[in-house]
Design a protein around this ligand. Structure first.
Ligand SMILES: NC(=O)c1ccc[n+]([C@@H]2O[C@H](COP(=O)([O-])OP(=O)(O)OC[C@H]3O[C@@H](n4cnc5c(N)ncnc54)[C@H](OP(=O)(O)O)[C@@H]3O)[C@@H](O)[C@H]2O)c1
Length: 249
């Protein structure tokens, strides 16, 4: 029986991916930075373990608890929306700590076991922002583009050892906590000072009025497909809006 370890499984895409792999008969290590009882039904095949990707000691401890794993899904991520000029550098660093360095930390922690065994898959959840150009997302996009480049290079480095690296690029979702977190549950106006405000409002109206969205199940199924891919494909758009962007590109 195979084992997947997923970061950021307390909600959204990560939780749905945990459910999906469990329903397919896998062992699931659903990690959360703070363990929340009842978010996922724990059993001998689904264990909830604490792991904060910005705290390397929790990564080491979680992997010791997990034992041997076959697949790592780097899903944990934080949003950042707003004008770059008004984004404090401390916030820029926080976004990179989770979205970029967090992914590298967990990946480095599993590589030795994957390489020595000659198998394993790392799936990095990025975003459809890497497929197109979108304003008000410079910091978030930079953090995710870094992981696209990291993954492309790492895939070549690990191929001789039978270890695969994939990226899953989800579109926007209305049901995860992500959009609310992007604006701290409030109006984006606070994050967009004058003189950007009128222009930024029209951009936000366009973004919130889009026709196509991504479902949580789209991401779970795409992660599953990426893990089982045998064609050498690196990048997997997930969700109707992401797929349309990829086709347009
Ligand atoms: N929803 C979208 O529109 C969208 C679009 C494109 C890409 N994505 C990407 O998809 C992934 C999942 O997002 P989602 O939509 O499912 O959002 P979500 O519901 O907000 O889930 C994000 C998850 O990441 C966890 N997390 C944040 N910081 C962490 C840390 N330092 N260590 C461990 N876990 C941490 C959160 O844990 P807590 O609950 O403890 O905060 C939560 O479990 C992210 O990488 C995001 O960038 C989302």
């Amino acid at each position: 029986m195979k084992t997947v370890l997923i970061t950021g499984a307390s909600s959204g895409y990560g939780r749905e991916t945990a459910r999906h792999f469990h329903s397919q008969g896998w062992n699931v290590i659903a990690t959360m930075r703070t363990k929340r009882v009842g978010v996922l039904p724990e059993s001998d095949r689904l264990r909830v373990v604490e792991l904060d990707v910005t705290e390397p000691e929790t990564v080491t401890a979680a992997l010791e608890t997990a034992g041997s794993i076959d697949v790592l899904v780097n899903n944990a991520g934080v949003p950042s929306i707003g004008v770059f000029e008004g984004t404090p550098m401390v916030r820029v660093r926080e976004v990179f700590e989770t979205n970029t360095f967090g992914v590298m930390t967990t990946t480095q922690a599993v590589l030795r076991q994957f390489r020595e065994r000659g198998s394993g898959v790392v799936v990095n959840v990025t975003s459809s922002v890497v497929l197109g150009h979108m304003p008000l997302s410079a910091v978030y996009k930079a953090s995710k583009m870094a992981i696209e480049g990291f993954s492309a290079s790492l895939a070549l480095e690990l191929a001789p050892f039978g270890v695969l690296v994939k990226t899953v690029e989800p579109g926007a979702c209305l049901t995860t906590n992500f959009a609310a977190r992007a604006t701290n549950g409030g109006s984006v106006d606070e994050l967009v000072p004058e003189p950007y405000a009128p222009w930024a409002k029209s951009v936000m109206d366009d973004l919130t009025g889009q026709e196509l969205y991504t479902e949580e199940s789209d991401v779970a199924e795409t992660v599953w497909r990426a893990v089982h891919d045998t064609t050498g494909q690196l990048r997997f758009p997930a969700g109707a809006d992401a797929v349309r962007l990829a086709q347009a590109k």
